[in-house]
Design a protein around this ligand. Structure first.
Ligand code: ATP
Ligand code: MG
Ligand code: FE
Length: 342
């Protein structure tokens, strides 16, 4: 059984082939980062058009790498939401046309379930129940995973996502787009003792988070330094360091609380921000201090990719689930509305 996965929810076209017993056979990705860089963010119409250009060649390339033909595919998984509607429609349209032509089943996958399950591509040691922290460009949430497909949102950001805060910080400091990798690279040269930024909402009970205040702290700190005649790279690095530490500490406190509240031992962290080394280290410490374990995707599968969609779709297809031709992709879609997988 081979599942073809197609991701097109935002600015990455990702394609992968997942085999029932052999695992991931091949995966390809085209990032639109260069296309959107001059606008400082994703332009939806440009994203949709680029997915149209890339998706079929990527499918052909992925099949070639896996030494497969279309006839070897037994099911097709596509990202059905949440995301940019025009971008989602491209992947969904191609996936469903192919499935119809090949007379094989198709399944619409929830993008955040794809992220959530991505660490399982690395190991079969992850067993529910566990706590999942999803930290990406559009989401920051803690999810209780009672069983595969049974999700309870324990807490989430009330404003900006953590990835968005990284992107906005980068923009304020003139570090380009996307900001996460640039901010974390510069943070390595930062002085950890120069600035301390607030850890938002940690003094309040509960698992909700807030990251929009941090970008104001970044802006005020930078403006103050510039006004005092200091616009040096070192100051930028020191701000990045303080910012990254504040995000890592906030996530650490909330993850610890979520593990204690649920009594679960396992912490699964995924989404683009989980590629961040400081955050990975800090959250590993949190889980280990509670005699548990933390799991992350391999760095390239933290951000959007086709492999996580192929994998999530494979699990649901194997459980007999199907998505009919009457289903429309959704820009918004709660994880809690998904049916259990088994
Ligand atoms: P969503 O999954 O919520 O729909 P998305 O798909 O755009 O959003 P991802 O592709 O999962 O998000 O992640 C992209 C985000 O991850 C960006 O905000 C980017 O800045 C951030 N990011 C990537 N690498 C790092 C890093 N090393 N450190 C911090 N943030 C990072
Ligand atoms: Mg992206
Ligand atoms: Fe994503």
């Amino acid at each position: 059984m081979i599942t073809l996965g197609i991701e097109s929810s935002c600015d990455e076209t990702g394609v992968a082939l997942y085999h029932d017993t052999d695992g991931l056979l091949a995966h390809t990705l085209h990032s639109q980062v260069a296309l959107h860089a001059e606008y400082g963010g994703v332009v939806p119409e440009l994203a949709s058009r680029d997915h149209i250009r890339r998706v079929v060649p990527l499918i052909q390339e992925t099949l070639r790498q896996a030494n497969c033909t279309l006839q070897d595919i037994s099911g097709i998984a596509y990202t059905a939401g949440p995301g940019l509607l025009g971008a989602l429609l491209v992947g969904a349209g191609v996936a469903r046309s192919l499935a119809y032509a090949l007379d094989i089943p198709a399944i619409g996958v929830h993008h955040m379930e794809g992220h959530l399950l991505a660490p399982m591509l690395e190991t079969d040691a992850i067993q529910p129940p566990f706590v999942a922290l999803l930290v990406s460009g559009g989401h920051t949430m803690l999810v209780g995973v009672e069983a595969l497909g049974r999700y309870t949102v324990l807490g989430e950001t009330l404003d900006d996502a953590a990835g968005e805060a990284f992107d906005k910080t980068a923009k304020l400091l003139g570090l380009g787009y996307p900001g996460g990798p640039a901010v974390s690279k510069l943070a390595q040269q930062g002085d950890p003792d120069r600035y301390t930024f607030p850890r938002p909402m940690v003094d309040r009970p509960g698992l909700d988070m807030s990251f929009s205040g941090l970008k104001t702290t970044v802006l005020n700190t930078w403006n103050k330094a510039v006004t005092a005649g200091d616009d040096s790279e070192q100051t930028k690095a020191d701000i990045c360091r303080a910012f990254e530490t504040a995000v890592a500490e906030t996530l650490a406190i909330k993850c610890k609380r979520a593990l204690q509240q649920t009594g679960y031992r396992t912490l699964v962290v995924s989404g683009g921000v989980s590629a961040n080394t400081t955050i990975r280290q800090r959250l590993t410490q949190v889980a280990e201090a509670l005699r548990g374990e933390a799991f992350f995707p391999r760095p390239e599968f933290c951000t959007d990719n086709g492999a996580m969609i192929a994998y999530a779709g494979h699990l649901r297809l194997k459980a007999g689930q199907r998505t009919g031709l009457d289903f429309s992709p959704r820009a918004r879609w709660s994880l809690e509305d998904l049916p259990p997988i088994a």
